[in-house]
Design a protein around this ligand. Sequence first.
Ligand code: PLP
Length: 468
Amino acid sequence: MDTHQLLRELPPVDEVLGLIPAAAKQSLPHKVIVDQIRTAIAEIRKQVLAGQLADPEDLTPRQVAELALKKAYGYWQPNLRPVINATGVVLHTNLGRAVLSSQAREAIYIITKGYSNLELDLETGERGSRYSHVVELLCQLTGAEAALVVNNNAAAVLLALNTLAQGKEVIVSRGQLVEIGGSFRVPEVMSASGARLVEVGTTNKTYQRDYRKAITEDTALLLKVHPSNYRIMGFTQETSLEDLVALGAETGLPVMEDLGSGFLVDLRPYGITGEPTVQEEIKAGADIVTFSGDKLLGGPQAGIIVGKKKYVDQMAKNQLTRALRVDKLTMAALEATLRAYLWEPEQTIEMVPILKMLTVKSEILQKRAATLAVKLQNSLEDKVQVSIEPGVSQAGGGSLPMLELPTTLVTLRPGGGRVDKWAARLRQGTPAVMVRIADGKLVLDVRTVLEEEEESLLEALADCLPLS
Ligand SMILES: *Cc1c(COP(=O)(O)O)cnc(C)c1O
């Protein structure tokens, strides 16, 4: 058959539609089915024109219907979907950072099912503040006088700078002019806020006297920025928060710290060091501390501002706050997450998934990895060489960059086929799975795999095996 004859063989949309099973018509919108039939026909037409399809058997209405249905179901999968995180990076920004506690998930469900008192004071019947639901909790947990919540920490920093220093100068150490994951760069945020950056010291050393010398009558704020995913090692000198606070007291200038992650519980007993808690920074005298809701706090995306009432009140009145405000989903999840911190530390760690992942005992990881390895070897048989070996997981999300969390890895070396193709198929499967690849092997870190995901992980690995 020549190309023109073949094209004439292509069935019309209606004919294909007639072959779509009733069950599919019930579970998919009509519009989606019709669109995907059109797409399927167009795709086949292109293949015919390119000479890639010459068998009329491939053009039957049934064949087209099958292709269209596959496409329609693919299209109907949510774009935002669950991913099993087998990378061992606990706060993986690309994978949505913190896994929420069951209490936070429940709170979102309950609050979004109907109406709520988001901005209503149930006692007086008057208009209330959406922030009121978490302010007391935040003050109690951090020891601060006042608190405010915005969309994320970048917004918190922007709002604080704009409120306290628009048209004025903010002094920052050259060692802290960092970029955090692409779109947050201290100098850029500063200029977006309308504040003028005054850099002091050098990359590796900044003393209190450097800040002091830079103070003019235009100075509005002394700022300390957590270097996040970056460390200056060796011959270094960082001005402590205490020294900045002393200078602030002496000169009447507020001191702000962009803490980035913001631990509310001390994990030093679990060997997790190098990150101060928010309460320690407040106690040290910081006037304003900002941190993320979805990093080490383990809650929803949010930017939390705590500190002196005088400054927080000014921020609350800033018009920008309205533009940066959080919704009820965030509030529900944040309140529930914060309440977990009222329990004893061991109980908090048990409730907040990312704290549990960070502190889980090596023996437990070893056991889980060993069990997974045996199951994998059984299900994949001799198609894959399965081993377990020691490795390290990362906190991620720009937190605790120097921390190496010892873990046990399961590694899989396929007998044939390419490991990167296997990884790609895992990513595109249902559920999607993200793994690491090293030395031609697929590497799984059970630290970030939820226990209830283990069965699905096993199935996904078997289903997606690379073909030889
Ligand atoms: C992560 C981080 C930010 C940005 O916080 P988001 O909540 O992602 O907006 C800002 N500053 C520091 C120091 C950070 O670590």
